[in-house]
Design a protein around this ligand. Structure first.
Ligand code: SF4
Length: 953
């Protein structure tokens, strides 16, 4: 099958009239061919015509007017998937007219969700920040003045230089919401020798990541959904989960080939409604269900003996748990049966409410699928519960039992499908360990304890001199947002706060500088994610800059092509780094030197040119088309580095590593100079997995060594919201606040009018039985009481959620105060916030969404007034003592709204939230671990510092 553009009727007429070139010609571009082969039927102009594409102007109808476009690929920024976009640049106005899918992107293959094309709204947002702003009053007063980029850069660079020269490197912190370029900030921070990377991951995915990492060293799954026979999702993955569009299109492909789908979700999501098996589990009970399935697979002999025998550290388990017993596989299976005897389908049913017969049926289906069994958990249960990391650990147990790890149709580790770029000058790992990010209480925390920062500052654990927030809005997206406001307002705790953002936000209101950064079509980034059994690289590029270059009018900096003075971050960081070390004496500037022009500052083109020239296979691919690697990426926007990546653990150990190595007889571990370099399996030397045993670790010696022996095996940890703790008669329920509406993006869709038009309210889902018991009818105003306050919302009485559970989507309930600059008016309520003293805060909506006059005629056509309710701000922090994940689910008490309650009201007591932080902190078992370590050396750490810093002095 070859790729053929299918002209529309209008295009065919235009073709006959010779208004456009021949559209029926087959394009033999190699990437297009690939897109078609993989099942895409994408209508897209052929690349040969991207420099001059002509089509009728829809807005001129009924007049037949043509428009000339230049088509430039870039990548979406509206979720992590990084799907390809193709921007249509009007050559007359040099404006982006629309964004569609890029069929040359190996993951998205020309498809997007609604959020991709809505990038156009974000670019055209009339409220966006166009110039650097500096606060003119007290922090949070809402007074701003425009300043020059030069003054901003000099001010921040001077402050950072002083901090670094005084050894206060840990007072510099970069806190990121939506990351862009893989590896770029690590490069910058290491150049500064600053352990300053702080992410949002511990409010997102670190629970699931830890459950995977403790098994196999890699912390995310990469399911090969397209080739699976059975798919098990612990999430609403088809509609909104991780890698939403690339995954969902492959799940659909598998289903069209006959695969079956099971979904664990207390809510009847769109995904659950399309499944073959919907298991509406009580939140937190998922590991009990998964272990019951494991028991069925073990008891009925449905496991993959070869895989277990070869790739699981069962010998270590038997030696530790059954000393003196012969170390045989049969004894292992017998021990497994004993270990999980308790997890009968009936027990799981009692815990979860899911029918025992369905649990058994799904388990058998999984066993039948064998190595073609793909799974995924994204946020959902693993990010909601105390011990939520046990969800991914028990889910992966099913992959291990069926031998579906790394197989066609199975589930691979993420890193096998992720490309890592090589930069021209790699700084050494930083020599600092920042305890404000990873304190000793959380030695196994999978990512930085970012959501505890306000409490750490309140306790006096340290302070920040320069704090960058980057597309990051903790005041709104995080739990306990009022504690964030308290911290951000306090200049003794945070010396300078620079918010790098394309748009105003609840956090930017409390910054010193608000620095406008480009949207996805206005910046560079390099992307690669584990979307399928391949490895790819995508290039997010500033569309107008590339278009100008193609038209022979190149610019030197991206901001010259962007609206106003909107910079891109890459150029900002290079410029800032240059100014921190003006004479090179700090050894920082050397990393920003051009690899092509000795002694001169690197340009952004040179930075990417070097990476592309050093990407395996790309120079050859580009040369075949007579292009440089950089030109190739500018033209197609993506490159497939590898396809059909499977069973990487079986890769042979390089001979150089084998020379002089020894093999441990029982475990097969190949050891050289005291370090494991591989493992012998079935007579072959394999690189294995990055774990101490180089195998899948059913038995975790790490959990034993780090004071959690009770969790040495995959098990079930009762959640903080276990059903036994609920008094339903008293209105107590578990609130599931983690579900996502498929067209919205945390706090990044408030400036997208098409998305706000589709979804703009977030009522509380409550089952009809529960509603009747509490006398609550559809649309009633209810007060949802949390441990630190309450919010007032409307009830949505539905059968689409299991009894005993209520749910409310995040993304909605954006706000601004009277004094704040106008922003996100498609979605933001105007609120009044008052402080009542002693940490008590009140928020009341003063004005709903309203039509308004602007240069966008649609703003006067807004027909909705409901902006939803901000729920996250009423949640205390719940740090899991092991993974460090914030456990989002809340025990709430639902009651009818009080007489003086109004829709959208919020009340919070931050003193109480501090107490709750202390209660959860008390659950930890702090470092040091063995050898005085802060953290196991083998367990990956984000932005890994020098090994010496791992030891507590
Ligand atoms: S799934 Fe949607 S929001 Fe995410 S990158 Fe793709 S198009 Fe953008």
């Amino acid at each position: 099958m070859s790729y053929t553009h299918k002209p529309t009727v209008i295009e065919s007429i235009a073709e006959k009239l010779h208004l456009v070139p021949d559209l029926h010609r087959e394009d033999d571009g190699p990437r297009a061919l690939r897109a078609a082969e993989e099942g895409a039927e994408i209508s897209c102009p052929p690349p040969a015509q991207w420099d001059n594409w002509v089509e009728y102007d829809s807005k001129s109808w009924p007049e037949r007017k043509t428009k000339e476009y230049m088509l430039v690929p870039t990548a979406c920024f509206n979720c992590e998937a990084g799907c390809g976009l193709l921007a249509y640049v009007d050559k007359e106005t040099m404006e982006i007219r629309k964004l569609t899918g890029n069929p040359y992107h190996p993951a998205s293959r020309g498809r997007n969700c609604a959020k991709g094309p809505a990038t156009l709204n974000q670019i055209q947002d009339t409220d966006r920040v166009l110039y650097p702003m500096k606060r003119a009053g007290k922090r949070g007063d809402g007074k701003w003045e425009r300043v020059s980029w030069d003054s901003v850069l000099d001010d921040i660079a001077g402050r950072m230089r002083k901090a670094i020269m005084e050894g206060r490197n840990n007072e510099i912190s970069y806190h990121v919401g939506r990351p862009g370029h893989d590896g770029f900030m690590e490069w910058v921070l290491r150049a500064w020798n600053v352990d300053g990377h702080n992410s949002h991951t511990n409010v997102c995915s670190s629970g699931a990541r830890f459950g995977y990492a403790i098994w196999e060293g890699f912390d995310r799954p990469s399911p090969d959904h397209a080739n699976a026979k059975f798919i098990l999702l612990v999430s609403a993955h088809l509609e909104s989960g991780h890698y939403f569009n690339p995954h969902s299109q492959r799940i659909i492909e598998a289903r069209m080939k006959g695969a079956k789908l099971a979904v664990l979700d207390p809510r009847l999501s769109n995904t659950a409604s399309m499944s073959d098996y919907w298991m509406p589990s009580y939140p937190g009970s998922e590991p009990a269900i998964l272990l019951a399935m494991a028991k069925v697979i073990i008891d009925e002999g449905l496991y993959n003996r070869t895989y277990l025998e070869n790739w699981v550290n069962w010998q270590e388990y038997l030696q530790a748990e059954y000393p003196g017993t012969p170390v045989t596989f049969e004894n292992f299976i017998e021990a497994l049966k004993k270990e999980y005897a308790h997890y009968t389908p009936e027990y799981a049913s009692k815990e979860s409410g899911v029918d025992a017969s369905m649990i058994v049926e799904v388990a058998r289906r999984i066993g039948e699928a064998g190595s073609q069994f793909s799974t995924h958990v994204w946020r959902s249960a693993s990010s909601g519960n105390l011990g939520g990391w046990a969800v991914s650990r028990t889910l992966h147990f099913l992959n291990v039992l069926t031998g579906s790890v790394g197989t066609p149709g199975g589930t691979s580790p993420s890193a096998w499908n992720k490309f890592k770029p090589h930069v021209h000058a790699e700084p050494k790992p930083q020599t600092f360990w920042n305890p404000l990010h990873l304190p000793d209480e959380y030695p196994l925390a999978h990512f930085e304890m970012s959501f505890l920062l306000p409490h750490f500052l309140k306790e006096g654990r340290g302070k920040l001199d320069v704090y960058f927030t980057r597309v990051f809005n903790p005041v709104w997206t995080y739990p306990d947002g009022f504690s964030w406001i308290e911290a951000l307002e306090d200049e003794s705790k945070i010396g300078l706060h620079a918010a790098l953002t394309p748009t105003w936000s609840e956090t930017a209101y409390f910054a010193d500088y608000v620095l406008p950064m480009g949207h996805s079509a206005e910046r560079h980034d390099l992307l690669s994610y584990e979307t399928h059994a391949g490895k790819w690289l995508a290039f997010r590029q500033p569309v107008l800059r590339t278009a100008l270059r193609r038209m022979g009018k190149p610019v030197t900096h991206t901001w010259e092509a962007n609206p106003g003075e909107v910079w891109e971050e890459d150029e900002f960081w290079i410029e800032l780094t240059w100014r921190i070390d003006p004479d090179g004496s700090l050894g920082i500037r050397q990393y920003c030197m051009s690899p092509y022009r000795p002694g001169e500052k690197i340009t952004i083109d040179e930075y990417y040119r070097y990476i592309f020239e050093h990407t395996a296979g790309l120079p050859e691919k580009a040369a075949a088309e007579g292009l440089t690697p950089f030109d190739y990426m500018q033209k197609y926007g993506a490159f497939e580095v590898e396809s059909n990546v499977y069973n990487v653990n079986e890769k042979a150990v390089p001979q150089a590593d084998l020379d002089g190595a020894s093999v441990e007889p029982q475990s097969g571990l190949i050891v050289k100079n005291g370090k494991a370099v591989g493992v012998e399996v079935a007579g072959r030397s394999c690189t294995g997995f990055p774990t101490p045993s180089k195998k899948q670790e059913f038995y975790s010696g790490t959990m034993v060594d780090w004071k959690w022996p009770e969790y040495r095996l995959p098990g079930y940890i009762r959640s903080h919201i276990h059903e036994e703790t609920m008094d339903h008669k008293n209105g107590e329920f578990v609130l599931v606040p983690t579900f996502r509406l498929p067209v919205l993006i945390h706090s990044r869709s408030g400036n997208a009018k098409w998305l706000a038009e589709i979804a703009h309210r977030n009522p509380v889902w409550i089952n009809a039985t529960d509603g009747a018991a509490l006398g609550i009818a559809n649309g009633d105003l209810i007060r949802v009481n949390t441990d630190i306050g309450f919010f007032v919302n409307r009830a949505w009485v539905t059968e689409g959620i299991r009894p005993g559970v209520v749910a409310c989507s995040h993304h909605i309930g954006r706000w601004r105060r009277e004094q704040d600059p106008e922003g996100n008016r498609w979605a933001a309520n105007k609120v009044n916030i008052s402080r009542e003293g002693d940490g008590k805060w009140k928020m009341r909506v003063e004005e709903n969404i309203q039509p308004y006059e602007s240069s966008d005629a649609d703003s006067s056509r807004i027909f909705w007034s409901d902006g939803g309710v901000h729920q996250n701000i009423t949640f205390p922090v719940h740090p899991d003592p092991i993974s460090g994940m914030h456990c989002w689910h809340q025990k709430v008490r639902i009651e009818k709204a009080h007489d003086d309650d109004r829709y959208g009201d919020v009340f919070v007591d931050t003193d109480r939230s501090f107490q709750i932080y202390k209660e959860w902190l008390a659950m930890t078992r702090p470092a040091p671990g063995p050898g005085g370590l802060r953290r196991p050396l083998w367990l990956n750490r984000p932005f890994r510092p020098d090994e010496k810093t791992y030891y507590i002095a």
